[in-house]
Write a protein that binds this ligand. Structure first.
Ligand code: 4GY
Length: 262
């Protein structure tokens, strides 16, 4: 995947590109990255990239000419890349969209600043608008990094094989189970015994069950929008039966009849 970012702050991307998995992906040529400084395409004595809004009002607007020239230069470098403007007005970026975009071979990520970019850029020079969430940043740069980060880890060979297998089973719609490492007892809290058992069938079952219950408790919206597997339906039904048993016993015997009742 070829990422080209257009920004007035190209140096913001250096620390991001120089660390961890992203750095490794660049070194192994799984991705290539470059930043184009929009100011390089600005003309005039001050090389300004912003100007006052027509109609008045506070703040500045990103001028169209330097941005258009920068987008043209990027398109020449990567003719088939999709041109995306980062803005809260865009389509919401989530794991599903990430999976979709990770299959592309190039993205030109356009980072606005000030109060926004001239509307004519949005109309004629971009293919899509994307938002990373309903909040307003001071510029699109952090949003571009978030997209590159989420996309890079989906590219085959960037994470270990073990990780990618896991990605398929859970991916976009269920929360991850709890994870533990040594020591097996930490400040009075023990690692669940099944994880020490060495029984991989039991471990997989435990992981699926805890993933499901977590998702049900913390993010039920994710389950509602999910095509459940046979295995998952089985687990959910088992909980239903267990809960119904508890209610049934209470209604027949009454709470006072149970041990611990008064
Ligand atoms: N949210 N998702 C976002 C953003 C900053 C003014 C246009 C977001 O993607 N980008 O808040 N971007 C604005 C700042 C110009 C971009």
């Amino acid at each position: 995947m070829n990422f080209i970012v257009l920004t007035i702050f190209p140096k913001m991307f250096n620390p991001f590109w120089e660390h961890g998995i992203i750095r490794k992906a660049i070194e192994q040529e799984k991705i290539s990255v470059s930043a184009i400084d929009i100011r390089d395409f600005a003309t005039g004595k001050h090389r300004s990239t912003d100007d006052r809004p027509y109609g008045g009002g506070c703040g500045m607007v990103m001028k169209p000419e330097p941005l258009a020239a920068a987008i043209r230069a990027a398109t020449q470098e990567a003719p088939f890349a999709k041109r995306i403007l980062l803005t809260p007005q865009g389509r919401r970026f989530d794991q599903r969209v990430a999976n979709e975009l990770a299959a592309l071979n190039g993205l030109i990520l356009i980072c606005g600043r000030y109060e926004g970019v001239d509307e004519r850029i949005c109309q004629d020079f971009i293919d899509d608008e994307m938002s990373i969430g309903d909040y307003i940043l001071t510029g699109g740069e952090l949003a571009a990094m978030i997209m590159m980060d989420a996309l890079t880890r989906l590219i085959p060979g960037v994470l270990g094989d073990k990780d990618s297998a896991e990605k398929e089973t859970f991916s976009d719609s269920i929360l991850k189970h709890g994870q533990y490492t040594r020591p097996s007892s930490f400040e009075g809290h023990d690692v669940p015994e099944v994880l020490l058992s060495g029984n991989h069938k039991d471990i997989d079952q435990w992981r699926l069950e805890t993933s499901l219950i977590r998702t049900f408790l913390k993010r039920p919206d994710l389950l509602e929008n999910r095509a459940l597997s046979q295995e998952e339906i089985k687990i959910l039904k088992k909980w239903c039966i267990d809960i119904e048993k508890i209610i049934h016993n209470q209604s027949i015997l009454g709470p006072g009849a149970l041990p611990g009742g008064q």
